[in-house]
Design a protein around this ligand. Structure first.
Ligand code: ZN
Length: 46
């Protein structure tokens, strides 16, 4: 089964959920740092 991942273009983290990736991207662009609440959804690419 292929799992599609969404990447935050600002920090390069991968997420399973597109809306979370988008949230991360907005946060990163605005704050220039990572939000722990978002980061915990990060997917490690194998
Ligand atoms: Zn990000």
């Amino acid at each position: 089964m292929k799992t599609e991942l969404f990447q935050c273009s600002e920090c390069g983290m991968f997420y399973k959920d597109k809306s979370i990736a988008e949230k991360c991207r907005k946060w990163c662009a605005e704050h220039q740092s990572c939000n722990l609440e978002i980061i915990k959804h990060t997917v490690t690419k194998k």
